[in-house]
Design a protein around this ligand. Structure first.
Ligand code: XMP
Length: 510
């Protein structure tokens, strides 16, 4: 299968380039710019893309990331984007200079249609630019293939060596013909075949897991979220009943969620499933606990303990399935953010377990995992489920967690989700849910005074959960939610909408 990695110099669009290439059905991954050239050769790539960068090519050597020049003598086509083009220019003896002020925006670019990179494009296309440095002299032997009114060198090529560079960004939506340019690079210049499809990924993963596991036994921590569910079904296809899934139900799930997980896996997929209902044990540990971090720690520890108890009953298990996805892999490579909350991933790896990991989704983005889930026949409810925190409703119930409060929150949350779905908004919203604060307020119902809980509705849009904005939900939708919640949920007399973004708030309340 063809693969075209993106050599990452830290540009803001690096990840997007890999997504775009995958959308064109060629496998792509990010690789660090200082990777050993041997490792690149081992990947046997059909082409290479050099990404943009926040650095200036003109800053001193230490700061400006570069690559081993040998890359250009491997006979592999290369496309440099923005910084990538400047780097090519510098390495091959061209000149790069800084301009006074950053230039960015949509720009008309004149293209040389004789270049294979621009096959079937128009002589002038709108392209997205964002730069501070420019190539002022193309390297000897290179043709200039693109220019703008202010920028004489906006694209270069050395077709006999299949080296190309563009100053603009074909990967962003603001460059309407950008996908055609990437297509030309992949299919005309690199000679790739569009063979990276959902079916091929499934087949490839099944083959790989079969070869690895052989006669071994596999366990999988199932949370009911899309990632662990897709991972479990995929592994089940490869190893059948050598797989046992462990579903630790802490009693803090959304309404009907546990039943759906059990039904889907046991009945629809005939997967060995241990459903450990540990709700009383979790609730017991949470009595009197109000401090959010304490709640999280207690749930995290208890979860791992119970998972281990169940895992130890499966004799000779030697593999553990994890639903790690590509964004986790990329993030953990670069993460240096301060710990705001101690996140606990359901099904996370207990440190002292001597199990080998199987991570069949490690190279996939969320949207790709969803496509695989659909192909594998998982129900929409699981495939499209919004993210849900490991500690569950415990961090949406402010103050002490009790059975009564869980029931109130589950009922209110069900209405929020139903109304979001009814309005056709569910798939486009990152998360939409209810929160139960630890206060009561006065109301009037049936001519009588009430003193009951309020429910907070939260709906946020986000790309990656690192930042988020509150969704401007239509008043009609908010109105229906409010009316239904106070009428249908016992114990609630007021509904409010959370209009805070992250930062300064966070998505969850605890
Ligand atoms: P915050 O509240 O930090 O949440 O803005 C960011 C995203 O992470 C989810 N979240 C968690 N996920 N275990 C998880 O698996 C956790 O402990 C946890 N805490 C928060 C949250 O739902 C949001 O998507």
């Amino acid at each position: 299968m063809d693969n075209v990695p993106v050599i990452d110099f830290g540009g803001q669009y690096s990840q997007l380039i890999t997504k775009r290439i995958r959308e064109l059905r060629v496998y792509s991954e990010l690789i660090p710019y200082d990777i050993d050239i041997k490792k690149i050769k081992e990947k046997n790539p059909s082409g290479l893309i050099l990404s943009g960068s926040p650095y200036s090519i003109l800053s001193d050597r230490e700061k400006a990331p570069s690559i081993n020049k040998e890359i250009f003598s491997l006979g592999i086509p290369v496309l440099g984007i923005c910084y990538g083009m400047q780097l090519i220019s510098k390495i091959f003896g061209g000149e790069v200079a800084s301009i006074e002020k950053n230039k960015y925006g949509k720009t008309k670019v004149k293209l040389d249609l004789k270049s294979s990179l621009f096959k079937d494009l128009k002589p002038v296309e709108i392209c997205w630019m964002s730069y501070k440095d420019i190539v002022t002299k193309a390297p000897p032997g290179f043709n200039v293939i693109a220019s703008t009114r202010n920028l004489p060198i906006a694209g270069i090529e050395k077709p006999e060596e299949k080296i190309y560079g563009v100053q603009f960004h074909p990967e962003v939506a603001h460059t309407p013909s950008g996908m055609d340019i990437l297509k030309n690079f992949l299919f005309e210049i690199c000679g790739c075949l569009p063979s990276w499809t959902t079916v091929s990924i499934i087949e490839q993963q099944i083959k790989k897991i079969k070869e690895e596991v052989k006669e071994g036994k596999v366990i999988c921590g199932l949370s009911g979220g899309v990632d662990s569910s897709v991972a479990a079904v995929l592994v089940n296809k490869a190893v059948g009943d050598k797989l046992t899934c462990i579903f630790v139900d802490h009693g803090l799930l959304r309404k009907g969620e546990a039943e759906k997980v059990v039904e889907t896996f046991r009945e629809n997929f005939k997967i060995n499933l241990i459903h450990r209902d540990a709700s009383d044990r979790f609730l017991g540990k949470l009595v009197g606990i109000t401090e959010p971090e304490k709640k999280r720690k207690i749930i995290g520890n208890e979860f791992i303990r119970i998972f281990e108890e169940e895992a130890s009953k499966i004799k000779d298990a030697n593999y553990l399935v994890q639903g790690t996805l590509y964004s986790d892999v990329i993030e953990s490579g670069t993460k240096n953010a301060a710990r705001i909350k101690s996140h606990h991933n359901v099904g996370g790896l207990p440190e002292d377990m001597k199990l080998k990991l199987i991570e069949p989704l490690r190279f996939l983005f969320k949207d790709e995992i969803r496509k695989i889930g659909i192909e594998l026949g998982l129900p929409d409810e699981i495939v499209w489920r919004q993210p849900f925190p490991g500690p569950g409703l415990a961090i949406r119930i402010i103050g002490e967690v009790t059975k009564e409060k869980i029931k109130i929150l589950q009922d209110a949350d069900e209405i929020v989700v139903e109304e979001i779905k009814r309005a056709g908004l569910y798939k486009n919203i990152w998360q939409s849910f209810a929160i139960l604060p630890d206060i009561k307020s006065v109301g009037v119902m049936d001519d009588k005074r009430t003193y009951l809980y309020p429910i907070v509705i939260r709906a946020v849009s986000s790309q990656d959960a690192m930042t988020a904005d509150w969704v401007r939900l239509p008043y009609k939708v908010l109105e229906r939610m409010s009316t239904r919640i106070v009428n249908e949920v016992e114990g609630v007399n007021r509904v409010v909408y959370d209009i805070s973004s992250k930062p300064p708030s966070t998505i969850e309340w605890e």
